[in-house]
Design a protein around this ligand. Structure first.
Ligand SMILES: *Cc1c(COP(=O)(O)O)cnc(C)c1O
Length: 418
């Protein structure tokens, strides 16, 4: 579901013509729909209506502070994986009491920052991290709330680069060792055990892996409760997939139904960390055709957005629909849509039937709201794209396009070498 649609042959984001924005600010840019974002948050939240829950939006999917602010205003918390994301979340007005901190490599500085901010809890991923948190909290005269991030060893049946819950993955602690970790945590003075967390992967299109993981977690939870450890928060991570092409991921409602059939939610507060499912279809990358060409009978459409803007196709072999901003003749061609970067892997689509676009035409790379801008870089010294948030008829620039000066602003030429 999204609010990108054609009106008189022109692509609109809500009530705003996309071409109009391109004329104003140039290309490429990301454009997000406020109504779509809001809709997806509400659908997710309503799926767990009347249940004690915190929806901790996974900030890494799209961490623009305007997006974070919209979600904060709807009641969202945040799942963060760095000090930078904590900073952004706080700047955007997400209450620290709704922030959970995941990630295998939290630095001492980041741990201290999170303790200072008094976040809800740390999802701890190793014994050494647990000790580090205990020591740092002790030195600050604080007690850190922790959950162990457990690796339930289930196959999420998704792309290998986004699987996290298999025993060979770096994430979490082995579910078999988890009880020992909890015992260790019980002995520490400066940590308080408050939960269990797990996140098994991203872009899951089947419900069974979620349920399998939950059943294993539930068994662990019962064991811990038998030892008198009170699990206040059960954090089930994110991972719900979206439709990029023809996937049929479970709806939040059916996901909720399955989860609630396994777990008695009256005793613990459920935490969810959805990222992609909230923002993925709320964003589009708009790019202009620079040139069209043919090599050995193979057609190429060269556009002004590259893998530095949207890395998903080359990194995950992901599929993004590519639609014309003006419908045109309706004629199509099969072509590779490629960017300007000096890498063969720099493409947005391969051997794709797309509208027969000409030099100067605009294309919309659909479903780019998650892991689009946040994974972008300055590779080839390209300034990162602008970002626009549309609500109804109004378009707001929420991030300026980077200029040449921005590329070098942190760099220095040492006097001694010149
Ligand atoms: C990436 C991530 C998420 C979000 O995953 P989505 O597939 O975008 O929902 C949630 N939790 C953790 C720990 C993550 O690393």
């Amino acid at each position: 579901m999204d609010f990108f649609h054609y009106k008189n042959g022109k692509l609109f984001c809500e009530d705003k013509g996309i071409a109009e924005i391109a004329e104003l600010i140039g290309t490429p840019f990301y454009i997000y729909s406020h109504a779509t974002l809001t809709h997806h948050y509400r659908v997710f939240s309503d799926a767990f209506k009347d249940k004690a829950k915190i929806i901790c939006y996974a900030a890494k999917a799209n961490s623009n502070i305007a997006i974070l602010r919209v979600l904060a205003s709807l009641g969202a918390g945040a799942d963060i994986v760095s000090g930078g994301e904590l900073f952004r979340s706080l700047e955007a007005g997400i209450p620290a009491s709704k922030i959970v901190y995941s990630g295998v490599g939290k630095t001492p500085t980041e741990i201290e920052y999170a303790l200072q901010a008094d976040i809800l809890m740390f999802n701890v991923e190793s014994l050494q991290e647990l000790d580090a948190i205990n020591t740092i909290a002790g030195s600050m005269g604080k007690v850190a709330r922790v959950a162990m991030r457990v690796n339930p060893d289930v196959d999420p049946q998704t792309h290998p680069k986004i699987s996290t819950g298999l025993k060979e993955n770096k994430f979490g602690v082995d579910i078999k060792e988890a009880p020992a970790y909890y015992q260790r945590a019980q002995q520490l003075d400066n940590v308080e055990i408050v939960g269990i967390s797990c996140h098994i992967g991203s872009q899951l299109t089947k419900i069974a892996p979620f349920v399998d993981a939950l059943k294993r977690i539930k068994a662990l939870m019962e064991k811990l409760e038998g030892w008198g450890i009170d699990i206040k928060y059960l954090d089930l991570g994110g991972g719900l997939g979206i439709t990029y092409k023809d996937e049929e991921p479970p709806s939040p409602a059916s996901y909720a139904r399955e989860i609630l059939s396994v777990i008695d939610s009256s005793k613990t507060t459920l935490i969810f960390e959805p990222g992609r499912v909230l923002v993925g279809n709320a964003g589009v990358l708009v790019t202009r055709v620079l040139y069209t060409k043919e090599n050995h009978g193979k057609k190429f459409v060269v556009v002004d957005a590259g893998m530095n803007d949207l890395i998903r196709p080359s990194f995950y072999e992901s599929y993004h629909k590519i639609q014309p901003v003006y419908v045109g003749t309706g004629k199509t061609v099969v072509a590779d849509v490629v960017g300007p970067i000096c890498e063969t892997g720099d493409y947005l689509a391969r051997q794709r039937e797309i509208a027969d676009v000409q030099q100067g035409d605009l294309l919309a790379v659909m479903s780019s709201g998650a892991y689009g801008f946040t994974m972008s870089s300055n590779y080839n010294s390209r300034g990162r794209a602008a970002e626009v948030l549309v609500a109804g008829k109004k378009a707001h620039l929420i991030r300026k396009r980077e200029k040449y000066q921005d590329l070098i602003k942190l760099e220095r030429i040492p006097k001694q070498i010149v």
